[in-house]
Design a protein around this ligand. Structure first.
Ligand code: BG6
Length: 469
């Protein structure tokens, strides 16, 4: 994702002429070897029509290499030497490493003076594996870089449609007055993936869906959907509102965890018509790691009193789809009931984040006709397509550019990460205390049947269940 994104920015003329990039890793590579690796990676990850050889060469001319062994703590002085006069300008260090290395690398950079007042540091999630470790990582990084120079990446915030949620909510008068417990019955957030382990065995097992997807991407989505209106789109205003919301999430306890959460793990099945192995087979051993999780969450504030937020994510689902469903309440009194045929369905807003990008609003309207046997109503769809003709950008392009320019709005602040972990840790503790184990689901289905029960007990249904009726 990183070099293809940087390449796209370069090819679109969005990187300043003097901007140089130093790739770094443990291997001692000469520059030709590193460029060869990059050429191969660009060819693999970018469409052929983007890869003009002359443009690739220009891009590679910006790129150098310097070996740094972060675990051994060596190579920082050499890196500083290679930076040379560039040490007087702003430098961004982008860490795509395990979180256990964030603190040591921040300190290593500082030891070689690569943590000057204009220097920034970016880190890929996860920030720690629980609250205690994230506090430690954040404190270690803070010892070398002030918070206004720390950029925590959640790539969902770089997605066009996720940012569009802000526009939808705060650039339209129509929705905000209804965006609360008076008008909304419940909210569903689904992030379904068709992929399995994708060879990430050593990372994924021991992490699981709750920490891989809910702790970060889904809670960020939830925060943007449910937060109060920020006073502006600046980084402090937006992040202040998100953190307030995250802190209002009701903690799940051992007493309610079984009724409010479901863990699942896929067994062999078929996805998109192809047979796929079960998680344990991919892993080569049995495991208690969940590849699916469904949670009924509540936000304890005025706006969302008693409105359930159903969150669901899983690997090896039938389709790749991320969507938010805003289910409105029924009208308070159905004036058509005595004369009409068919009920009045409650309004629903479907926000498709990927792969399609659109918003649909389900409304009731009258069926055309003379209505001799009573007025007939039908559901119609207001369809707002968000596709545009521009090339769809990789989420990292936006984030890398913001990082280079120093705009923190789409990066996760320390207190947000910590609030997220606070809520996730309580779920994990409750799972541990009650011995909740993952339930089996067949690859290519929507998760264990108890995930359906989780929402149906409340008289609602997951959106796909309705869609497939
Ligand atoms: C990553 C997770 O953060 O997000 C992966 O670690 C997951 O497990 C990925 O597959 C999903 O991202 P996207 O952009 O494909 O929805």
């Amino acid at each position: 994702m990183l070099f293809p994104s940087l390449f796209n920015l370069h090819a679109d003329g969005l990187l300043a002429d003097g901007l140089t990039i130093i790739g770094s890793g443990r291997s001692a590579l000469n520059i030709a070897e590193f460029h060869d690796q990059l050429r191969a990676a660009l060819a693999e990850h970018l469409p052929d029509d983007r890869l003009d050889t002359a443009v690739v060469d220009q891009f590679l001319a910006r790129i150098e290499y310097c070996a740094v062994d972060a675990a051994a703590g060596t190579g920082y002085d050499e890196l500083a030497q290679q930076l040379g006069a560039r040490m007087n300008h702003s430098i961004g260090a982008y860490l795509s490493t395990p979180p256990s290395m964030f603190g040591p690398i921040a300190r290593g950079l500082a030891s070689a003076n690569i943590a000057c007042a204009e220097c920034r540091i970016a880190m890929e999630k996860p920030i720690g594996h629980d609250l205690a470790s994230s506090l430690q990582v954040n404190a270690d990084v803070a010892s070398a870089f002030a918070e206004d120079r720390v950029f925590r990446i959640d790539h969902y915030l770089g997605k066009e449609t996720v940012q569009n949620l802000l526009a939808l909510r705060f650039a339209n008068m129509m929705f905000e007055p209804l965006w609360n417990a008076q008008a909304i019955d419940h909210v569903q957030i689904t992030v379904a993936e068709t992929v399995g382990l994708e060879g990430r065995v050593s990372y994924y097992d021991g992490v699981g869906a709750l920490r891989d997807m809910v702790q970060n991407h889904m809670l960020q989505l939830l925060a943007i959907i449910a937060m109060e209106p920020p006073a502006s789109v600046n980084s402090t205003a937006v992040r202040d509102e998100k953190v307030k919301l995250l802190r209002s999430l009701r903690k799940l306890t051992p007493a309610d965890i079984k009724a409010h959460s479901v863990k699942g793990q896929y067994s062999h099945g078929a996805v998109n018509g192809a047979a796929v192995a079960g998680y344990a087979e991919e892993l080569g051993e049995n495991s208690n790691t969940e590849t699916f999780v469904a949670i009924k969450a509540h936000i304890d504030n005025w706006r969302w009193k008693n409105v359930p937020f159903y969150l669901r994510t899983g690997k090896r689902m039938p389709v790749r789809r991320s969507e938010v469903i805003i289910q409105f309440k029924p009208v308070p009194h159905n004036i058509f009931a005595p004369v009409g045929v068919g009920g009045v369905d409650a309004n629903k807003m479907i926000i498709n984040l990927q792969p399609e990008e659109n918003i649909q609003v389900k409304l009731m309207s009258k069926q055309p006709g003379l209505d001799r046997a009573g007025l007939k109503l039908r559901e119609v769809t207001l369809d707002v397509s968000l596709q545009n003709s521009d090339r769809r950008r990789i989420a990292y392009e936006r984030l890398l550019l913001d990082f280079i320019e120093g705009d923190q709005t789409l990066f996760v602040r320390r207190d947000e990460v910590e609030a997220q972990w606070h809520w996730i840790d309580a779920i994990r503790a409750a799972w541990a205390e009650t011995g909740q184990a993952p339930q089996n689901y067949t690859a290519g289905t929507w998760g264990p049947s108890s995930a359906i029960a989780l929402i149906e007990r409340d008289g609602a249904s997951w959106h796909d269940e309705i869609a497939s009726d």
